[in-house]
Design a protein around this ligand. Structure first.
Ligand SMILES: [Zn+2]
Length: 215
């Protein structure tokens, strides 16, 4: 499936971002966080476009040709490929946060189990963990980092509305879980976003262990 780029987008830039997405996807797949072709990854290209994984591809075998261009409403640009069903959740973050350039979404076992466990509270409150400082802007373990858990739905506008409602309330948002599904997190570049994802995976695993051990 060929990707035709608008004149305003440099092919070198699109190729570089596509490679970065594919590299991250293969590494996250190797960690077991993208089972059965799930998960999706994107990077901003400019104010109006992002590159995102094509729907249904094995994330462990991803290459440059598995990445496509979309606009900020989530529609395919210059290709007949189909973007991930959850594309609107990526473009929402780019629209709401102009300084965010990467969005990663995975379905690890830890993320999935934690989402079910904390769904009744609607939030995971992380507190007292040194690794909270891995999240941009967090300077101490001695603060509460709230990761909301939104109900899952196959109707994306509902999920988009839930995320908008949280953001419109003025509360900080660095990541969110979707119940029985997985996690979304983001950052200014790939390294920061990978750090967020790895820290959250670790912290959710610690919270699960604590509950297991204190049961
Ligand atoms: Zn998903």
């Amino acid at each position: 499936m060929s990707q035709v780029l608008p004149d305003t987008i440099s092919p070198a830039l699109f190729a570089e971002r596509s490679d970065a997405i594919a590299d991250a996807a293969r590494e996250l797949a190797a960690a077991g966080w993208t089972p059965a072709t799930s998960s999706n990854f994107s990077m901003r290209i400019d104010g109006d476009h992002a590159a995102i994984t094509i729907s249904g591809r094995d994330k462990g075998k991803l290459g440059r040709d598995d990445i496509m261009l979309i606009d900020m409403s989530g529609k395919a640009v210059g290709t007949s490929a189909r973007p991930s069903a959850e594309t609107e959740l990526h473009t929402q973050i780019y629209r709401r946060y102009p300084d965010i350039n990467v969005v990663l979404h995975t379905h690890s076992r830890t993320q999935s189990v934690a989402s079910r466990l904390f769904a009744k509270d609607g939030v995971v409150k992380l507190e007292g963990w040194e690794l909270q400082k891995a999240i941009a802007g967090q300077t101490t373990h001695d603060a509460e980092l709230a990761i909301p858990v939104f109900p899952n739905t196959q109707h994306m506008p509902e999920l988009v509305a839930q995320v908008d409602a949280w953001l419109d309330s003025g509360r900080p948002l660095h990541a969110y879980l979707i119940n029985g599904h997985g996690i979304y997190t983001w950052g200014r570049d790939m390294a920061e976003t990978r750090r967020h994802l790895e820290a959250l995976e670790f912290l959710l695993g610690c919270e699960l262990d604590l509950r297991r051990l204190s049961a």
